[in-house]
Design a protein around this ligand. Structure first.
Ligand code: 48F
Length: 262
């Protein structure tokens, strides 16, 4: 069979825009394809929700690919082990309660679980703002404002487009970009002790890990924070290349949003 390049073009354009069209009214928009975002997407898609991840980079996986200092092994503690077990990622016990996994295997398997469960991933797509509405006297985020990452990186003057979502999950890691934008541009209070971003603190894994899960919650109507973004928002420590908290945070945010949507 002779190959026609134009059919390849048509196949990509038509199929991509079908995928994009199906993301115009999302149940859940997740910003960031790190471990917490991928886990949340997998668990929400598994329950049948219309969920998509928007990831600025070409690659998915966030900070998980590189393990610690590019030694691409991750550590997971007892509490988070069941998430990787369920995904089918092989784990080795290093010492009682400390397990290792190959960072590449963990990243690709979580991405595979998410996409095969029906979650859509849009890589090279940056979330640059949110849509804010007043509904029955309460301000609420009802959508995301996205732009192509190459447009953002090149600083081109090109307008973004909007997608609707019932819930937004900020899983952008240390930078907490979306909530930062929300409060920089709007006179709103967050559901944090000060009403503002509390800010990330230095390394203390033992405290940071459980805090990541506790801090996974709705920080503003329609917006949940998950993963490292949760600690950056509510003011807790960083934890380095131990990933149980990230996985459990993704699992928790999926459960909480699923409860709301049902
Ligand atoms: O940082 P990241 O891996 O988030 P996470 O799920 O996991 C944190 C760990 O990797 C590690 C750690 C573990 O102990 O502390 O750091 O909390 O992934 C965040 C992803 O979000 C993307 C970014 O490129 C990265 O892949 N991202 C950040 N801002 C935006 C974004 C944005 N505005 N739009 C789209 N993607």
């Amino acid at each position: 069979m002779a190959l026609e390049e134009i059919v390849v073009t048509e196949a990509i354009a038509k199929t991509y825009f079908e995928k994009f069209q199906s993301a115009i009214n999302l149940d859940v928009a997740i910003v960031g394809a790190g471990p917490s975002g991928l886990t949340a997407a997998w668990k929400l898609a598994q329950k049948g929700f219309n969920v998509a991840i928007f990831e600025r980079k070409l690659s998915i996986g966030g900070g998980m690919w590189g393990g610690g200092v590019t030694w691409n092994i991750i550590v997971v503690q007892e509490e988070g082990k069941h998430v990787l077990d369920e995904a089918g990622v092989p784990l080795k016990e290093f010492k009682k309660g400390y397990y290792t996994a190959d960072a590449i295997c963990a990243t690709t398997t979580l991405a595979s679980k998410a996409t095969l469960s029906g979650a859509k991933i849009f890589n090279c797509m940056s979330v640059e703002d949110v849509v804010l509405r007043e509904i029955e006297g309460e301000k609420r985020v009802t959508g995301i404002v996205i732009n192509s990452s190459p447009v953002e990186i090149a600083g081109l003057h090109v307008d973004p487009v909007v997608l609707n979502c019932k819930y937004l999950v900020e899983a952008t890691g240390h930078d907490l970009e979306v909530v930062n934008t929300l409060i920089r541009k709007n006179d709103v209070r967050l559901n944090t002790p000060s009403g503002k971003i509390e800010g990330e603190m230095s390394m203390w894994a033992d405290i940071a890990e459980p805090h990541t899960v506790e801090n996974t919650k709705e920080v503003f109507p329609g917006v949940f924070v998950a993963g490292m973004a949760a600690n950056a928002c509510f003011g807790s420590y960083r934890m380095g290349p131990i990933f149980g908290g990230m996985l459990l945070s993704g699992e928790k945010v999926a459960e909480e949003i699923a409860d709301r949507l049902s």
